[in-house]
Design a protein around this ligand. Structure first.
Ligand SMILES: Cc1ncc(COP(=O)(O)O)c(C=O)c1O
Length: 484
């Protein structure tokens, strides 16, 4: 079957990828009518608004039920109503909030996006709900092929295993690397990395709270991430430590896993030279280079972050997820594992595959990437307002200490659709309080960093307009004042 072709602006599949019923004119008209009904229903959602008095009890009831079944409350008193519009989401109590975190980077086109809903409606007409590794339809092949086409433009990545979480994509990557290196037992990773919550990933991730009580069986060597405050010295320190670890444990490392922009670790990045020097050392020692793009994928100024940094030549394995809806582990021909290593009942739901494919088409063709693309412009809009806020209110932004104890005045940071602000000296307790105030005032954000702690925005870069940050920052200013 030929790969599906699509309308560049809507991402709608136009050939055999769709179930036959979806191609019927009367069905298409019905889908249009359904989308029009949803649009009309959400037309009144135009800005943040407080809860509706008579709906408050409904939210409380659902929160109590959630607490009962989950054995604990959530981070926010959040239960979505299933309604929303772009960057705005409605909760069960009728309140509307600016969603600046989007399921931690998943809802690239925000809420009730007609393109995403259309893909889900098409998926609903398919014969099954879930696709797997034994029996699959064309959707999974088309998604994997699109990813391979994009990835291979600037790397040797050639194959793609689709899975249903970032963590499972990472498990696949680790297995591929271990098999390739003859079961080498050690892993190289960056300080403050995050990789998911399976038994193995909880151990590689650099957060003790996520592995408390686990029977530890992974051998992980941590390398310090780049410190912009000390520049070149930071590169030399990390490279020297890597060489020392390889000398101490020859042929014992299965991989070095890289996040090119640390997500949970604090939206930190580094110049190309930092990564390139470490990757060169790995290559010389025969250690596979694995880039974890689960959070960065789609969000920087190229679809794969390694492309913008011109690091594709080094990549042996890459993992991705979140905005792609279905997740994936990609690898070169040389890393192709033996049959039996990668499989599972599910690869992903038909709706995740259809929606992911549609979203990626739109991202690729919709003018999002490049130095002048929509993502770069959205980051500029964030940065301009954040810089002005820092200048206007220095009382909220004292200098903070980085993880190396070095003083920093880099209050505004991040890359592309990964946006960071560091108020209150990066104090976790105060930043957490700020987040609760922001939530009450109408903005949903999150934190990142293991100390200092930062305010993290993962806005819906597919639909958010730069000027919408005006209202977000007006609320942020109020919440900062309340917290201060
Ligand atoms: C860099 C990175 N890797 C892996 C994961 C795990 O992905 P998932 O939560 O889909 O399992 C995450 C999740 O935030 C991540 O940021």
């Amino acid at each position: 079957m030929s790969p599906a072709t699509a309308n560049a602006t809507t991402g709608v599949a136009t050939d055999a990828m769709l179930p036959a019923a979806a191609c019927r004119t009367d069905v298409e008209l019905s889908i249009k009518a359904l989308l029009a009904a949803v649009a009309a229903d959400g037309a009144g959602i135009t800005s943040a608004r407080p809860a509706i008095e008579e709906k408050k009890a409904l939210l409380q009831e659902w929160l109590a039920r959630a607490k009962e079944v989950r054995a604990r409350g959530g981070y926010y008193p959040y239960v979505g109503s299933g309604r929303g519009r772009g960057a705005l989401v409605e909760l069960m109590d009728g309140s509307v909030k600016w969603d600046m975190i989007n399921g931690i980077g998943v809802h690239m086109f925000g809420h009730c996006d007609p393109g995403v809903m259309r893909a889900s409606l098409h998926a609903a007409l398919s014969d099954v709900v879930m696709e797997g590794n034994l029996q699959f339809n064309a959707d999974g092949i088309a998604l994997a092929q699109l990813l391979c086409d994009e990835a291979s433009r600037a790397s040797r990545l050639k194959h793609c295993f689709v899975t249903n979480s970032g963590c499972m994509a990472n498990e696949a990557a680790l297995k591929i690397c271990q098999q390739k290196t003859g079961a080498a037992p050690r892993v190289l990773a960056f300080r403050d990395c995050f990789m998911g919550r399976s038994v193995a990933m909880s151990q590689i991730g650099d957060e003790p709270a996520y592995r408390q009580g686990l029977a530890l069986n992974m051998l992980v060597d941590y390398i310090p991430f780049y410190h912009p405050e000390i520049g070149e010295r930071s590169i030399a320190t990390s490279v020297a430590l890597l060489k020392e670890l390889i000398r101490r444990w020859p042929k014992q490392h299965s991989c070095f896993v890289f996040e090119l922009v640390q997500g949970e670790g604090g939206f930190k990045t580094a110049p190309r030279a930092f990564f390139a020097e470490l990757m060169t050392v790995c290559r010389e020692a025969g250690i596979p280079v694995w880039i974890d793009e689960v959070q960065t994928f789609g969000r920087t100024t190229t679809m794969f972050a390694y492309e913008a940094m011109d690091l594709g030549e080094f990549v042996d394995v890459a993992t991705l997820g979140k905005m792609s809806q279905a997740c994936a582990c990609m690898y070169t021909e040389a890393m192709n594992p033996k049959a039996g290593l990668l499989s599972g009942t599910f690869s992903a739901s038909v709706s995740a595959l259809q929606a992911g494919w549609s979203v990626l088409q739109r991202m690729r063709d919709g003018g999002y990437y490049g130095p002048e693309g929509r993502i770069a412009k959205l980051y500029d809009a964030f940065r301009t307002r954040a810089d002005a806020l820092v200048k206007q209110h220095p009382e909220f932004f004292p200098p903070y200490k980085t993880d190396g104890g070095i003083e920093s005045r880099n209050w505004v940071g991040g890359v592309g659709g990964m946006m960071r602000l560091t108020p209150f000296g990066g104090d976790k307790e105060r930043v957490s309080r700020l987040l609760q105030h922001l939530f009450e005032d109408g903005v949903i954000a999150f934190l990142c960093g293991h100390g200092p702690c930062h305010l993290r925005f993962l806005p819906p870069i597919g639909v958010m307009e730069p000027q919408q940050f005006d209202e977000v920052f007006a609320i942020l200013k109020r919440s900062l004042a309340r917290t201060h």
